[in-house]
Every structure is written in structure tokens, then in C-alpha cells.
Design a binder for this molecule. Structure first.
Ligand code: 5AD
Ligand code: SF4
Length: 427
């Protein structure tokens, strides 16, 4: 989400005469786009600010800004506490960034933290370098109010962009040779532009260019519709991959989290998706150690992981966030217990991912060639429809952006390793 927002901010700034540099020391303005979702995300930003002190000392005229959720959450206090910060701008005030930077250049602090009910930046062309994969924000904000989550407070109410501008953006990316587009929103299933829902948007996106893979994230288990599942099944370039955060396996905890579904509903949805979309794969988000989580609640989470067998998971320790409902609950699971439960959850997921990947050995997978392996520039790296990373030896007939068939020979929990099937298999 922040990656997409950064492109948006660069779009606003380059339209206003700014240029982009990759060299920190060349920059007149340095903006940190921040996340508040967990305490450690904010701590990393404080670390970055410490490092920037040196630059500010050597070149005091450098403008340093904090944008994004931390700006929205901490507002003026960020400037009061961190003297090197000149600009603080929240997610709905990016249009006015040039103005706030000007204020800072004039020696005052530039602060813009109003949230909007309507801002979608629909008319702003994000600044995108050439590449194969692009993110497109299709909506902003969130109305779900999960009790642990700061997002509704930092990104405001839910609002959708119009389908037509999103489709024009995809058409433009298609002309530029992009091959993968990820539609983004905190809860894409409630996309609604007054005429069209998310399934309509996905179907229209898929029709723009059959050579572009369409992905999307994040889905909410309460709002994912049957229509959406059929749309995925009917369009071969919509990836058979659903990120469906479960958060916990215990109904009691889900209720305390205000997730608005039961685990039975969740598992039914997974079954239904598997029936409608053969080969669909799932990933999830899990929180360990939510207030009052007992060993039995934790074991229910383990149970769901074993039942669903996710292809991947993002797993976190519960982190209390000021202003949320859960912040007022007693954070009674000790750090040690949270840590142990999280480690067990991670270990189990690695085992499951390893087993699923091992079962792919011998199969042939269609892979979009996206780059080179991190370990060797003699190997290409790409991903399957179900988002698995595949590494295979480089071949001169193949270039980045091609779809190829790869036979899988071995696998780890994170990567499939294979060989190119050359004979007429370029797709
Ligand atoms: N503590 C831990 N994890 C959190 N998430 C959101 N808020 C918190 C929090 N306070 C996780 C959820 C969500 C993902 C984006 O981040 O699992 O799905
Ligand atoms: Fe946060 Fe819940 Fe909204 Fe996701 S759905 S952004 S976890 S409030």
C-alpha cells in the first residue's frame, strides 16, 4: 500500500516541478513514507530519522518530512519530539504536499493531517518506472474497525475510485509492457464505485490484456462474494490466489477482534473457493497473543492452519496501538508467551509450505520471468499463478516478461527450483 502511495506522492511532486533522485545526499527534500500498523514499524522510522540527523547537520536546508500513517497518528507531536522533521503530511493530504514543502522552505513547519471522506487521487497519474509489475490502489481507507487495528484512524473512511479510471490506468500499463497488476485496498471486497462491485472491476481489469496477470489484496472473509469466486474461475489471467486473513482460529478471540465472522464461516468460504476455483491457493495473516488469548485459543489457530494448509502466511505478535478498542483491553499475554506462540506458528507454516512445495515436484508450472535469482545471475526467477517463486537456469532465448513453462525438480519452503521446458512451451 505504501509502495503505491509513494508512487502517487512522486506523481504529485513531479507534476509540480520536483525531480527524483536515488542518492540521499543529493536530495533537497527527503520524505519517509511510514506505517503505524505495529509498534516495530514505527520504531524503524525513528531509527531512520536518527540516521538522517547527519545529513541535516551537514546540509541544514534539507527538508525532512514524515508522510503516511505515522504522520496522521502522531501529528504535531512528531515535530515537537523530533526536531529534524519539517513536514508532517497524512495519507489524505498528498495533493497539498508541494504547498507544505514550500512552507518548510520558508522556515516554518508544514503540517497537513486532515482526513477526507472523498479523496481517492483518481485523477493523479502515479510516477512509475519501467517494469513488469505495478500496484494500483483501487480504494482508500477502511470501515471495518477490527479492534486491534489503527488503519481506520490513520487512513480514514472507505472510498472507491471509479472503475473507468482504473481501467485506463491498466490500458496504459499494458501499452508500456507491464505483465502483472495488483489491485490494492484494505478490503477490496467492499469496492463499490456506485455502479460496479469488485468482481466487476476484476472482470474488466482482466479483459484489458490477456497477457497481464491480475492479482488483488486484501480480502475480508465477511465480504468475499460467490460472484467474485466465479469471476476468478472464469478469467484465466486472474490469479488463483487469495490472501484471506484469518487472524485467529478462536471464535471468542475473533469476536473480541470485531472480525465479524466465525471460524465455521471462514472454513466454509475456503471450501467453497476450492470447489469453484480448482487449484486455488491461500495465504493469510495471523496475530499471536491478542488480549486474553489462552492456550486453547492459540491451539485453535494452529488447528485452522492445519485444516486450511495455507501456501503462505504473514504472522505477527499482537502489538497494542493507542486509540484502538483493543488498546483498552488488558494486554495480558506475556511477551514471552506471545513470542513462543508466534515461533510455533511460524514453524508450522514453514513445515506446511515445505510440504506443499514438495508436492509440486514433477509438475510443470507457468512462470512469468520477472528477474534474476537473488543467489545467482545465471538463474532466472519468476512466479507462478499461485504466487510461488520459481528459480531456473538462465536461457538466451528467454527474456524478462516472458511466460514460460518450468518443470519443478526440487523445492524448499520458499522456492521451487526447476528447468525450462523449451520445446514449444513458450506461451
Ligand atoms: N498487532 C499485530 N498485528 C496487527 N495487524 C494489524 N494490526 C495489528 C496489531 N495491532 C496485522 C493483521 C493485519 C495485517 C495487515 O497486520 O494481521 O491483517
Ligand atoms: Fe485493519 Fe481490519 Fe481494516 Fe484490515 S480490515 S485494515 S485489519 S480494520
Amino acid at each position: 500500500m505504501n509502495f503505491a502511495d509513494t508512487e502517487l506522492v512522486l506523481g504529485v511532486l513531479t507534476n509540480n516541478g520536483f525531480g527524483v533522485t536515488k542518492e540521499l545526499t543529493d536530495a533537497n527534500v527527503i520524505l519517509l513514507n511510514t506505517c503505524s500498523i505495529r509498534e516495530n514499524a514505527e520504531q524503524r522510522i525513528y531509527g531512520r530519522l536518527e540516521n538522517l540527523k547527519k545529513i541535516k547537520k551537514e546540509k541544514p536546508e534539507t527538508i525532512i518530512g514524515i508522510i503516511g500513517c505515522m504522520a496522521e497518528r502522531l501529528r504535531k507531536s512528531l515535530i515537537e519530539e523530533k526536531k529534524i522533521v519539517d513536514v508532517v503530511v497524512g495519507p489524505d493530504e498528498y495533493r497539498r504536499l508541494p504547498e507544505f514543502i514550500d512552507t518548510a522552505l520558508g522556515g516554518e513547519k508544514g503540517i497537513g493531517v486532515k482526513l477526507s471522506r472523498t479523496e481517492t487521487y483518481d485523477d493523479i497519474q502515479p510516477y512509475r518506472e519501467e517494469g513488469l509489475s505495478a500496484w494500483i490502489s483501487v480504494m482508500r481507507g477502511c470501515d471495518k474497525f477490527c479492534t486491534f487495528c489503527v488503519v481506520p484512524f490513520t487512513r480514514g473512511r472507505e472510498r472507491s475510485r471509479s472503475l473507468s479510471t482504473i481501467i485506463s490506468e491498466i490500458e496504459n500499463l499494458s501499452q508500456r509492457g507491464f505483465k502483472e497488476i495488483t489491485l490494492l485496498g484494505q478490503n477490496v471486497n467492499s469496492y463499490n464505485d456506485d455502479h460496479y462491485d469488485f468482481a466487476d472491476l476484476l472482470a474488466s481489469s482482466a479483459k484489458v490484456d490477456s497477457n497481464i496477470r491480475i492479482r488483488f489484496t486484501t480480502s475480508h472473509p465477511q465480504d468475499l462474494s460467490e460472484k467474485l469466486l466465479y469471476t476468478i474461475a472464469e478469467n484465466s489471467n486472474i490469479c488463483n490466489y487469495i490472501h484471506l486473513p484469518v487472524q485467529s482460529g478462536s471464535n471468542r478471540i475473533l469476536e473480541l477482534m470485531n472480525r465479524t465472522y466465525t471460524i465455521e464461516h471462514y472454513l466454509n468460504l475456503i471450501d467453497k473457493a476450492r470447489r469453484i476455483i480448482p487449484n486455488v491457493s491461500f495465504s493469510t495473516d495471523i496475530i499471536a497473543g491478542f488480549p486474553t488469548e489462552t492456550i486453547d485459543d492459540y491451539l485453535m489457530t494452529i488447528d485452522v492452519m492445519q485444516k486450511v494448509r495455507y501456501d503462505g502466511a504473514y504472522m505477527f505478535k499482537y502489538s497494542p496501538r493507542e486509540g484502538t478498542k483493543a488498546f483498552n483491553m488488558i494486554d495480558d499475554v506475556s511477551e514471552e508467551t506471545k513470542g513462543k506462540r508466534l515461533n510455533n506458528i511460524i514453524e508450522l507454516q514453514q513445515k506446511i509450505s515445505f510440504e506443499i512445495n514438495q508436492s509440486q515436484i514433477g509438475t510443470e508450472e507457468v512462470v512469468l520471468v520477472e528477474g534474476f535469482s537473488k543467489k545467482s545471475d545465471q538463474h532466472f526467477s519468476g512466479r507462478t499463478d499461485s504466487n510461488k517463486v520459481v528459480v531456473f537456469p538462465k536461457n538466451d532465448e528467454i527474456k524478462l516478461g516472458d511466460y514460460v513453462k518450468v518443470k519443478i525438480n526440487s523445492a524448499t519452503s520458499g522456492t521451487l527450483l526447476g528447468e525450462l521446458k523449451i520445446n514449444g512451451t513458450l506461451i
